[in-house]
Design a protein around this ligand. Structure first.
Ligand code: SAM
Length: 285
């Protein structure tokens, strides 16, 4: 059966975002592209079948997951080179964001094959948008390490960061991750724990780490499902320890100099720690 053409789609890889829970959270264009491409490369074909059926999409699927990614790549590149169009989807949200797809997109870019986004949901952006924490700048880390030691080392390195930090977390580790965060970042740090977004048991807990941890630890129901943890910048705490004079000088220098130089010069003038000034500047500049 011949397919209607997606305009300018010959040999294009479409990177298509799909819902993170609610099956209706998919764009009209995403449905159209998924219907019209020659193949859909899916992380888990059985999982995605439900979404495709729900929207009346009958395009053939092939599997592209982290265990076969390198092998599947050659076949998909051959299809694209022959002029066929492929849509890449993952189980939920935006492909490549803690999901398979990077080697494929990279290879397409290297070989001059067109790659086009069909944007839509991502748990990362959905959580940030409701967190009530600063989103003007943020750093996304994917999943924290599985072991407590490695997790704490990673968290310690992020402790002074002057911008919001975002992590994915699973039901198995949410409690341990929050406990380690409290130990390393302190119970006063503001966080948002976004659970099961767009699903039946959606829940967004926001407050001081100590309070949020107490809520999550207090009832196993708060530990079920999928989580995004958003951690507030350290800048509020840093503001308290930077003298007003250091803040004033840093502010003046930032008007003229790049962050690194402004922090270094302020450190020389005031005797404050360069790194602390740098982190403060990142949160403010
Ligand atoms: N690529 C996906 C995206 O853009 O949202 C993320 C894939 S990653 C393998 C899965 C993780 O995303 C989950 O473990 C959880 O941390 C987060 N996540 C996915 N759906 C979620 C939801 N509905 N609510 C909260 N977190 C979610």
């Amino acid at each position: 059966m011949s397919k209607p053409e997606v305009s300018n789609a010959d040999g294009t890889l479409f990177v298509v975002s799909t819902p993170i829970g609610n099956l209706e959270d998919i764009s009209l264009r995403a449905i159209d592209v998924l219907k019209r491409v020659d193949h859909i490369a899916a992380e888990d074909t059985r999982h995605s079948r439900r979404l495709l059926q729900h929207h009346g999409i009958h395009t053939p699927m092939l599997a592209l997951h982290e265990h076969n990614e390198r092998q599947a790549l050659a076949g998909i590149l051959a299809m694209l080179t022959e002029g066929r169009s492929v849509a890449l989807i993952s189980d939920a949200g935006t492909p490549l964001i803690s999901d398979p797809g990077f080697p494929l997109v990279r290879a397409c870019r290297e070989q001059g094959i067109a790659v086009s986004p069909v944007p839509g949901p991502s748990a990362l952006i959905a959580a940030l948008s409701v967190s009530g924490l600063p989103v003007d700048a943020f750093c996304f880390h994917g999943f924290l390490p599985r072991t407590s030691g490695a997790r704490k080392t990673r968290l310690a390195a992020l402790k002074p960061a002057g911008i919001t930090q975002v992590f994915f977390e699973s039901s198995h580790r949410i409690l341990y991750a929050l406990q380690d965060m409290q130990e390393v970042l302190g119970s006063e740090r503001e966080v948002c724990v976004a659970r099961e977004l767009t699903k039946q048991y959606e829940e967004v807990l926001q407050g001081k780490l100590g309070e949020v941890l107490a809520t999550v630890a207090g009832d196993p129901r708060h530990q079920r499902g999928e989580f995004v943890i958003v951690v507030a910048p350290a800048s509020t705490a840093t503001t308290e320890v930077l003298t007003p004079e250091a803040q004033r000088i840093l502010g003046l220098l930032l008007e003229e100099l790049p962050v690194k130089q402004a922090a270094a010069l302020t450190a020389k003038i005031t005797g404050e720690k360069k790194n602390r000034l740098y982190q403060f500047a990142l949160g403010k500049s």
